[in-house]
Every structure is written in C-alpha cells, then in structure tokens.
Design a protein around this ligand. Structure first.
Ligand SMILES: C[S@@+](CC[C@H](N)C(=O)[O-])C[C@H]1O[C@@H](n2cnc3c(N)ncnc32)[C@H](O)[C@@H]1O
Length: 174
C-alpha cells in the first residue's frame, strides 16, 4: 500500500513537469572532464539541472570542495543522490531537490552543468543568460546551445569506454 502511494506520487510529479531528457548517467571520466573544462574550484557553486543520481555535484564537492545543487523531477533519483552524497561524505556541501529545472533559481550558480537534449538547452538558454552572474560557466555534455550561441570552447575526446564525447563550454560575459 505504502509502495503504491510512493509510486503514484512519483508518477504525479513526473507527469506534471515537462521532461527535458530521460535519465542517462554521465560516465565518471566524462564528469571529471566537464569539471576540468569549467575550471571548478572550492569557490564555486555547481548546479546540475537534471541531476540524475547526483554524480556531478558530488564529484565537484569530493574533488574540488565545491558546493553543489542538483535538481531533478524524479524523486527516486533525488533520494538516491542524497544517499550517494552521504556515502561520499559530502552531504554538507551538496543539496538535492525535487524540482523542475525550468523553475530553478540559478542566480547564485557559478557553474551550471547540463546533460539534456538540444531542445532542452534551447528552452533553458534564456533563463541561464538572464540569471547567471558574470563569469559563470555553463558546461553541456553532448549538446550545443544552437548555431547563434557558439561555445567558447569545445572539448572532443574518446572516453574510457571508447565513445567519442563532445563537451561545450560557455562563459557569461562581464
Ligand atoms: C541525461 S540525465 C543526466 C543526469 C546527470 N546530470 C548526469 O549527467 O549524469 C537527465 C536528467 O534530467 C532529469 N529531468 C528531465 N526533465 C527534467 C526537468 N524538467 N527538471 C528537472 N530534471 C529533469 C531526468 O529525470 C534525468 O535524471
């Protein structure tokens, strides 16, 4: 009965928000490359929009001592992220919330990470450009922001699993 109620409430949350992408975890070596591309330090607040199992903010906290926020519309993934953060010993540095990324306040973020779809990046783009402070960086795994906002840097490489990966970096101007 309790499990059915949890399942029902999860389905309700999922169905009332538009899905920006299905869950697919970024491999660990690619996460490290995203954080290096963004030049993450302990002074950063890393916000992952659509945070899945939480691995990007968790790694940023573990490796660089950065603070992190992850939001996802799937409550099970958010629960898993909180457990993963505890296991990694970084629960004081990172926060995870069930939230629609389209409504997340990113005005205090210094790094935003994305692993969504091209169409989702296009929807988020006006929010990011309106809210992010000067100097903030955006890193996207696999998808650009469209031809009229070329990336400041593109990193293409072969991942540990043998896949060709492309990462895009944009810096918000002063
Ligand atoms: C491709 S996964 C990326 C997970 C993680 N960022 C990573 O790179 O390992 C996309 C995630 O976005 C979440 N998502 C989809 N639509 C969303 C929305 N509107 N708001 C917040 N999260 C969303 C999905 O539940 C999924 O976990």
């Amino acid at each position: 009965m309790f499990r059915a109620a949890v399942l029902l409430s999860s389905l309700l949350v999922l169905s009332t928000h538009q899905s920006l992408a299905p869950f697919a975890a970024t491999p660990d070596d690619v996460v490290d490359r995203m954080l290096a591309l963004a030049d993450v330090t302990s002074r950063d607040l890393v916000v992952d929009l659509g945070s899945g199992d939480g691995r990007i903010p968790i790694r940023a906290a573990q490796k660089y001592g950065a603070r992190g926020l992850g939001v996802d519309i799937d409550p099970r993934l958010v629960d898993q992220s909180k457990a993963n953060a505890r296991r990694a010993g970084v629960e004081k540095l990172v926060e995870f919330r069930v939230e629609d990324a389209m409504t997340t306040d990113v005005s205090r973020a210094t790094v935003v990470t994305l692993h969504l779809l091209a169409s989702s990046n296009a929807k988020l783009r006006p929010i990011l450009t309106r809210q992010l402070p000067p100097g903030a960086r955006i890193v996207s795994h696999a998808f650009s922001m469209g031809p009229d906002w070329p990336a400041d840097r593109i990193d293409t490489f072969i991942s540990a699993s043998g896949d060709q990966v492309t990462l895009y970096l944009w810096k918000i101007g002063k």
